[in-house]
Design a protein around this ligand. Structure first.
Ligand code: SF4
Length: 441
């Protein structure tokens, strides 16, 4: 059984309220942190090996150490709660059931970074959660853990919750900052990075909800102890939101030493494939990461078991591997059609493109149109090569990672499931009435 750090108290009734959270030992990590210096906290975060839980997996301690500290210029912490990646809903769970864990993590992080005004930018569709967060903020303030002169330390902190308008692109950190400033959420060219010029051109750290919540157990048990959990550079625990054709969809906390097979089939986690069907493929890190067929998902190319961690999921790169990403684990059974699935994703990315750069704006539209044509049985063989060519021209040629996120699923689908594309083209009548999965199993 995986060790629980973030969700250990999630089952306790009333844990979302200050009184119950406090009774379970809540805010003791904050009390401990406020007696430390900011540099000591930063060192603990570095030693912990925590990697950003939003998708990129960049070391959090290193990101914090890049924060510029010009004299007299305010700094900010912004929590990225714009969780819009299809298949990802773990931050929603944290905010809905453990809002004080996030507030406590923000208090420790803000103190470390020197932010006196911090923000939570939350996805517009999570319409009921800002009220939960604001209530938790008020409770924390009433108990002296927010506001002026917190616990007599002289440190002040205000936290504000800002609702997004429902655009996926606002999960990209610079688009988020634009939106937080009241502008259209268009990603900015980098450099300068937010650590130097972020919110209102002030040094800013933008971190995912889960990353900030993880600061609480790191301070609680120390960075060194946190680093002992997990394996290699995949330290600590990770939240996985599991969905698709499985028996037990939900949010699970894993310690990154379990295998993918165990995660899918054990009763503790997904409980196996629904209706006893066969596993076809999985997208383990939210819709933006490459899809992996079952044979490569359960074993690496060397025949070793594939583990639920950053390194093992990547397994040498995109040809055979994928990414841990945001931990949005989407399982597809044998009945699913990869062409239809890829077309649905292409439509999503085309709709969500902000339109600033040509490869993304035009390329996502063309990929969707071609995939739609193939799925309807109206494609030609050369369309597959055209699709491949378009995704190659998007990848790495855009302002923000949405372009890559749109290209990778198409590349992986063609690489691993070319036969399905060809089947649709060779069987125009059948492909209008059946999908590849149902026709082949
Ligand atoms: Fe906008 Fe797409 Fe360019 Fe990102 S990659 S800036 S979403 S057009």
């Amino acid at each position: 059984m995986s060790k629980k750090l973030l969700l250990k108290d999630a089952h306790i009734e009333g844990i979302r309220y200050f009184e119950t959270y406090r009774k379970q030992g809540g805010y003791t990590a904050a009390e401990k942190a406020l007696k430390m210096t900011p540099d000591e906290i930063l060192e603990e975060v570095k030693v912990s090996g925590l990697r950003g839980r939003g998708g990129a997996g960049f070391p959090t301690g290193m990101k914090w150490s890049f924060l510029a500290k010009p004299e007299g210029v305010p700094r900010h912490l912004v929590v990225n709660a714009d969780e819009s990646e299809p298949g990802t809903f773990k931050d929603r769970y944290l905010m809905e059931f453990l809002p004080h864990l996030l507030i406590e993590g923000m208090l420790i992080s803000s103190y470390c970074l020197g932010s006196n005004v911090s923000y939570i930018y939350i996805r517009g569709e999570y319409s009921w959660i800002p009220d939960i967060l604001e209530e938790a903020i008020e409770e924390a303030k009433a108990a002296g853990f927010l506001g002026k002169n917190i616990l007599g330390t002289g440190f002040d902190l205000e936290i504000y919750v800002q609702r997004g308008g429902g655009a996926y692109i606002c999960g990209e950190e610079t688009a988020l900052l634009e939106s937080l400033e009241g502008k259209r959420g268009n990603p900015r060219l980098k450099p300068p990075f937010p650590a130097v010029k972020g919110l209102w051109e002030r040094p800013t750290v933008v971190n995912n909800v889960e990353s900030i919540a993880a600061i609480v157990p790191i301070i609680d048990i120390t960075g060194a102890e946190y680093a002992k959990i997990g394996v290699g550079r995949s330290t600590g625990t990770k939240l996985i939101s599991a969905c698709g054709n499985i028996n037990k969809p939900g949010v699970y906390e894993i310690d990154m030493t379990i295998t993918v097979e165990e995660f899918i089939y054990s009763e503790e986690y997904c409980g196996g494939i629904k209706d006893g069907k066969r596993l076809k493929a999985c997208i383990p890190g939210g819709s933006s990461v490459p899809i992996v067929p079952a044979n490569l998902l359960l074993k690496t190319v060397n025949g070793e078991p594939r583990y639920m961690n950053y390194e093992s999921l990547a397994d040498g790169g995109f040809a055979t591997g994928t990414m841990m990403g945001s931990g949005g684990f989407i399982v597809l059974d044998e009945d699913q059609c990869i062409v239809e699935h890829t077309m649905t994703l292409a439509r999503f990315y085309n709709h969500e493109s902000c339109g600033q750069c040509t490869p993304c704006r035009e390329g996502t539209g063309w990929m969707y149109k071609i995939l739609k044509k193939i799925e309807k049985g109206e494609g030609k063989m050369e369309d597959i090569d055209l699709l491949w060519d378009i995704q190659r021209k998007i990848e790495g040629n855009t302002i923000c990672p949405l372009g890559d996120a749109a290209a990778w699923p198409v590349a992986a689908a063609i690489r691993h499931f070319r036969d399905e594309f060809e089947w649709h083209i060779k069987n125009p009548e059948l492909s209008q009435t059946q999908n590849y999965g149902l026709a082949h199993y």
